[in-house]
Design a protein around this ligand. Structure first.
Ligand code: SF4
Ligand code: SF4
Length: 138
């Protein structure tokens, strides 16, 4: 996402002063999808299926549970600029870069973070007694 002007420490700096320093345009390389809070074994079994797919991660923060889908936007140009800046979607316009992934990895604000199937499976084993038995008896 891009904003023309951002404010950092009460000082206005231009887009180039921050976003142009952000190699890879991190905020344009993924999407997130809010999901219903998983509670039951069946919920986590479903989540295990989702995280088994490529580039899918799962996290929980103060806003709830989310799928993190790592997939670069098609509109990023080679120089990192947005190729559809004037008509970019509203969510891109709303995104603030006053404190973004350039300042700190998003993971730092996560309460839970699962980077793949094995991590989520380990969590299920800790969360549910007899998890493995339940898996085998379905
Ligand atoms: S449309 Fe532009 S600002 Fe939005 S994610 Fe894609 S490259 Fe980034
Ligand atoms: S992560 Fe922050 S600095 Fe990097 S492109 Fe996005 S808004 Fe700009």
């Amino acid at each position: 996402m891009r904003q023309r002007i951002i404010a950092i420490k009460n000082e206005e700096i231009s887009l180039q002063d921050k976003c142009s320093l952000c190699t890879g345009s991190k905020c344009c390389t993924y999407i997130t999808q809010h999901i219903t809070t998983p509670r039951s074994k069946a919920d986590f079994d479903y989540l295990l299926w989702q995280i088994s797919h490529g580039n899918i991660k799962v996290y929980k923060d103060s806003d709830g549970w989310f799928l993190l889908i790592e997939s670069k936007c098609h509109h990023i140009l080679a120089d990192g600029q947005c190729g559809i800046y004037e008509t970019r979607p509203q969510i891109c316009r709303d995104y603030s870069n006053d404190f973004c992934e350039y300042d700190a990895p998003a993971e730092e604000s996560f309460e839970l973070y699962f980077n793949g199937y094995d991590a989520l499976m380990d969590y299920c084993r800790k969360r549910f007694k007899r998890w493995d038995r339940w898996l085998g008896e379905r």
